[in-house]
Design a protein. Sequence first.
Length: 615
Amino acid sequence: MQTSVTTSRPPAPTPQPTAWHEGAAGTVSHSAAVRIERYSSIDEVPLAIWEPFASRSAVGLEAGHLRAVEVSRINDLRPYYLIGYAAGEPVGIASCFAIDLDLSPLVTDDPPEVVAAVKAWNRGFMELRVVEVGHVASLGTAVEARPRFQAAFLRALAAEVDEIGRLEGADLGVVRDVGAARYEDFRVLEEDGYRPTMGFPIARLELAWTSFGGYLAALKHKKRADVLRKRAALDAPGIAVEVIEDYGPHAERLAELWGQVARRHGEYEHERLTPAYFAAMARHLRGRSHVVAITLRGTIVAFGLALIGDDEYFGSAEGMDYGVRDAYELYSNLFFETIRVACELGKQTVNLGITTYDFKAALGAELHPCVYFVKAFGRPELSAAWADLFRTKLVVTDSLFSMEGTVVDLPAIVRLVERHGARLMLDESHAIGVMGPTGRGVAEHYGLLDRIDLVMGTLSKSLASIGGFVAGDRKIIDTLRHTARSHIFSASLPPASVAAALEALELVDQEPERRRRLLANARFLAHGLRELGYRVGHHGGGIVPLFCGSELLAIAAFHRLLQDGVFVNPVTYPAVPRGQELLRLSVMATHDEAMLRRALEVFARARTPAWPAAA
């Protein structure tokens, strides 16, 4: 990417009078029905107004947290605190800051020495000054407003961020960590030139236990055994775990261990946590933060800094000694200890942060999507490009879902993807050879094949072979060939399997009557089962789900039907939610009407009052 941005650090901004008035503590500006008062230090902020807006559920906007970040001066950031008023009444607050960022790791995989050479030739390469409405070393939306004033407050906020960007000589404005549930509310920012993009999702684990033992009991046997095996490392001689409330005296060691993780990560670095940061957090968030530490013969070798909200327990920063990391399973045990402490404190949620999503999902966490809004100051035509740089968006969906046979509303998905500049990957595994005028799947069924970026599928369903495929533009496929781990480390398909799949494709192409017969058979069977009083879902494909509503009934019915010569697939939790257990019926083009009528006779004999009635 041939982009060069050179910035210089401006002097501290001098507040300028606006159309409203200039008070002793902050500059006042306005937009629509809301005016904004701006403060450059948390000590100037009227906390009697600020604190009622700052939720206690999580620590994020609490004055103690903001003060700790401010006084630590990490990354030499410059904070701003904004309060909105309408008709003299406070209606919302927001926290933002100006910070210098080096985005070169986001756009190049070249080694540091190459990037350094480019920076020597092109001073300021990918170094930007950014105004972020968000948190440093924390996560979550940094905007709170009364619902009826939210749109007006956000419009005023956008204008105020523009002004801060001008004073700071900033290149970009970013509103971070807007949860998916609040996305529609924040879309008013687009009126001011902000472009939305998918940000890093936040991993959260909902806690239904008051002890780590309860959490363990909820895990499946294999996963529980793996956790216990790793936790056994904490029983080694010299190893101990402790919760340190006053962790300020350990600030130097915490910063050192955090640095080891940051250097190993080796990618885009948003902040650099210093001893001053840990000391300030310990001083200003006493009772609302602590450190969970793993020690080896009295020396901290791993730690997690936790922010303790009324409901949320947030692992804000981690560090560890890589010299002993693997010997004591420090990475895994740090998360286990985080969950243990959060359970014992009675918290509702553990916020596990971003990155390493596979591991966190294995712990039971769910990923909560977040949206960023990005604006290029002075160059609004570049806002979309900068938004894409922050996060490439890929939407992945099944076309025909395998359990209930539902068909995705693909036109709506395509409209959504194109509106947000994302790419779309469609899994046609259960639709290839079945749906569409020529059997090319749901995309063809809707006439949208040319608007799908990637189509994937399997050869093991209608094509009666093994293996799978991904189809798309040559550039994308070439990239996958060289970067997709599942492809790089897979073996070639056996020639016989390839030949079988090719022959099946020939049949799909040359004998469309087979596809028509298959779909007709599915409609016939679904109609017959409904006539018998069964609750059946059928959405036009070859899958006919018959709902049981009970795992025991589904398993028993499978055996009962098999005894009479009818084979079905019982589907139970976790393949479907509890209470939605079903029998999955799959018809074939080679079934004739006599076979289907015989099957219906078996279903008629098997029906009892215990079955859920047809809707």
